[in-house]
Design a protein around this ligand. Structure first.
Ligand code: GTP
Ligand code: MG
Length: 343
């Protein structure tokens, strides 16, 4: 019977309960463990999210994106300091591209953010983009939810602004900062990369360098091409390494926050919630089927896969057979325990 839990299941359940209890008591080790579960796409992730969801919705989420080396981490470091001086609890998720070129950036981030390592009001976590196959935005979303439920006031997401994945991660942010630098036609790059549309605020960092005024003018021009009436992203000049312009940046973030609060768009919010549902549904199905197939646990499906592997059955016919067979489908979507019980 389904209601009878196996010994192993009960033990896993108790362990998870304990972890969630410690999480509720603001135990950072429990927080780190839960984030690791999310990173490893463990089967318990969905039930963790169900349990903590009601505690979310309080944090303000700032996305920071832009070209490699633009000074994002340096800027984030400055933001942490300012927000900490306001007594806010700050979490940072730095999403690292998996290319070896950026491997050094992880270390760089660590080095630059060490100022805050002994501060219990600050939590910094790096997240590798490796091995997610498009599920990164779900993982990032879940980590943000965990940090939110844990009680952080400000959550800062740093990504290198390349590719669809990064853009989808920025969808989580309330305010998205696009960081540019004076050199190399960065303004044009921003437009090309589609960062223009997601920016709530442009930052021209390294304003100590030549050409800062020019890129500021370029960006301001692009802002004026936006349809009138909505939010117009301001362009803020900073010198993150010299701690210049950070107060103005924070003021603009607050302005955007106030704007959002004033212009709460119910339609946009339901759209966002629906998107979240669709994303979780799709990836839950993918994760469950992948797990079931990897464990070789689904008889009928195994035979079809053999056929595909040997070239005697084309993948489309195999998939049609799977989706038209309720028993296979239900086994694919069942949890490990449920499958064991069904046998
Ligand atoms: N001249 C100048 N250099 C800066 C400024 N801000 C940051 N830098 C330097 O730019 C370099 C890159 O800074 P990071 O903060 O690591 O840049 P990032 O955008 O986080 O880099 P990735 O995470 O690798 O994409 C470092 O050497 C910083 O010291 C600035 O305002 N002016
Ligand atoms: Mg960085």
């Amino acid at each position: 019977m389904r209601s009878v839990k196996t010994r192993g299941e009960l033990m896993a359940q108790t362990k998870l309960d304990l972890l969630l209890e410690r999480f509720a008591q603001h135990d950072r080790i429990a927080l780190a463990r839960l984030i690791t579960l999310v990173e490893n796409r463990a089967a318990q992730v969905s039930s963790v999210m169900e349990r903590i969801y009601a505690q979310t919705g309080h944090a303000y989420i700032i996305g920071v994106t832009g070209a490699p080396g633009a000074g994002k981490s340096t800027l984030v470091n400055r933001l942490i300091t300012k927000y900490r001086s306001q007594g806010k609890l700050v979490a940072v998720v730095a999403i690292d591209p998996s290319s070896p070129f950026s491997g050094g950036a992880v270390l760089g981030d660590r080095v630059r953010m060490t100022d805050h390592y002994n501060d219990a009001g600050v939590y910094i976590r790096s997240l590798s983009t490796r091995g997610y196959h498009g599920g990164l935005s779900r993982a990032a979303r879940e980590i943000v939810k965990l940090l939110d439920a844990f009680g952080f006031d400000m959550i800062i997401l740093e990504t290198v602004g390349v590719g669809q994945t990064e853009l989808s991660v920025m969808d989580l942010a309330d305010t998205t900062l696009v960081v540019t630098v004076p050199e190399g036609g960065d303004g044009v790059q921003v437009m090309k990369a589609g960062l223009n549309e997601i920016a709530d605020l442009f930052v021209v960092n390294k304003a100590d360098r030549d050409g800062a005024d020019r890129i500021k003018a370029e960006l301001e021009l692009s802002v004026h091409l936006r349809p009138a009436g909505g939010w117009r992203p301001p362009v803020v000049m900073t010198q993150a390494s010299a701690d210049v312009g950070i107060d103005a940046l924070i003021t603009q973030i607050e302005r955007h926050r106030a704007y959002l609060a004033e212009h709460r768009d119910a339609a946009r919010e339901s759209e966002r919630r629906t998107r979240e549902f669709m994303e979780v549904l799709a990836s839950e199905i993918e994760e469950r089927t992948t797990r079931a197939l990897r464990q070789g646990a689904v008889n009928g499906a195994q035979r079809l896969i053999e056929g595909v592997r040997e070239g005697t059955l084309n993948p489309y016919s195999a998939v049609r057979k799977v989706v038209e067979d309720r028993r296979i489908l239900s086994a694919l979507l069942s949890s490990e325990q449920e499958r064991a019980e069904q046998e």
